[in-house]
Design a protein around this ligand. Structure first.
Ligand code: 6CS
Ligand code: FE
Length: 271
């Protein structure tokens, strides 16, 4: 299912595009029932919240054929190819669980700094596809985005040096635990005065949607999500597609395969 030129233009203008009813009720319940098959005890792919609840399940496609098939369906891959303008492969794939009453926040950040500095990906030619597996709104931690913020490139980090001061960060990057990129206290967050200035200018959009809603968003867009204070889970699948001509260059201390795939074979859609 290809995007219309109006949808493509809206994505280019805003940095995101929300498609309601992209997956059917039966597709979503099939995916939900498959989640237990993606969880391997004590696997580094499973990231826990401080309270012990599962926060993220990385690379679910490595243990589940169902999630592997999902990443190759036309209605996800074709829009990604249209938005990137090249054939794509999967850079990163995860299920972000926001378990009711336990799922924690994602502070305001851009994704591309992690893929640029930790993985050595040179250009922001990536698109993340977020699929809601439950009805999602502001109460249970929907994705919040600041329109047009993707046009600013990588902005200054809060409490951290600016990207220029990182210099050859990738070369000097100590292979610390990767948790500072994955937990509820992530290392590259947006400097607060910049966040305030851009939020005042462009507003904040809460991407609410029923199960089956899909949000396509740019690697440089400012985004965040609140903790889930409701008793209702907010499971979301995130597939990040990258241009096959924009592969990771960090060969010195690459992150593990489940965070940064080196299988850059272009995806051929299943029907
Ligand atoms: O480090 C990463 O690749 C992950 N971390 C964040 C905060 N967003 C992008 C990505 O999922
Ligand atoms: Fe993110």
């Amino acid at each position: 299912m290809k995007l219309t030129s109006d949808q493509i233009n809206r994505y280019k203008r805003d940095g995101f595009l929300i498609l309601n009813d992209c997956l059917s009720e039966s597709e979503v319940s099939f995916l939900l029932s498959e989640i237990p098959n993606t969880i391997e005890k004590d696997s580094p792919r499973i990231i826990l919240e401080d309270n012990g609840a599962i926060r993220s399940i990385f690379a679910p496609h490595t243990t589940s054929k169902i999630f592997d098939n999902l990443s190759k369906i036309e209605k996800l891959v074709q829009p990604a190819e249209q938005l990137i303008g090249n054939p794509v492969y999967i850079h990163q794939y995860k299920i972000n669980r926001k378990i009711g009453l336990k799922g924690d926040r994602w502070e305001w950040h851009q994704d591309f700094p992690y893929w640029h500095l930790d993985d050595g990906i040179l250009a922001p030619e990536l698109v993340s596809v977020m699929i809601y597996l439950q009805d999602t709104d502001a109460s249970n931690g929907a994705l919040m985005l600041i329109p047009k913020s993707h046009e600013l490139g990588i902005v200054k980090f809060e409490h951290k040096e600016s990207i220029e001061q990182f210099g050859n960060y990738v070369d000097n990057f100590k292979s610390e635990s990767h948790l500072s990129s994955l937990n509820s206290n992530i290392k590259f967050t947006i400097e607060h005065s910049i966040l305030k200035q851009i939020a005042e200018k462009n507003g904040i959009v809460t991407a609410s949607g029923q199960k089956g809603t899909v949000v396509f968003f740019h690697g440089n867009i400012f985004h965040a999500s609140n903790m889930n204070i409701t008793p209702f889970d907010r499971d979301a699948v995130l597939i990040t597609y990258n241009s096959i001509y924009n592969q990771p260059q960090n060969k010195k201390n690459p992150r593990p395969e489940y965070l940064c795939s080196t299988n850059c074979t272009p995806i051929s859609c299943n029907s």
